[in-house]
Write a protein that binds this ligand. Sequence first.
Ligand code: SF4
Length: 189
Amino acid sequence: METYLPISFLNDFIFCPYSLYLHQVFDNSSEELYSAAPQQVGKRHHDAIDRQRKQEKSPNVLRGIYVLSERLGIYGKIDSYYPAEQRLVESKYAITTLYKGYYYQLWAQYFALQEMGYRVAQLAFFSIKDRKTHPIALPDAAAFAELQQHIRKIAHYDFEQEFVANPAKCLHCIYASLCDKTNTDHVYA
Ligand code: SF4
């Protein structure tokens, strides 16, 4: 049976590879148990917007649909796709920096949508908090190869190898209070 990586792992792995392992371990727990306050606030805003959007169903936008790429071996949900403009948008609660992991997530959604027969001509991030749109260029062949390389790295990562935690990241990690790699608790505890 084929296995596919969740698109969300592409960004989480860059933040900290070990967080993927902890995500698997605590996946069945209530997120409230380990989430830090900012993540909970962000998620609540995101959920509220999702609920509002579901009530305002529009034929002009596809929201929250599942996408899958056999070429890349990934699956996940997109945020918003506007067929008329062939525009794909990923929303985040508060964008201050466009991290590489954000690009990998949107690139993966883009390639998956294309593979499923949707045309995408524009890509953008949307920052919910300040309502700012951040357009980005479409990924080319080099970007596809880079993304494929990143996915392979995650797929072959050995979670039992020696691992040195980065305390600066642990300080802002939702798993810090449960992680066996650090004694640092997150700043929101
Ligand atoms: S607490 Fe630190 S080492 Fe543990 S998953 Fe988070 S960032 Fe990684």
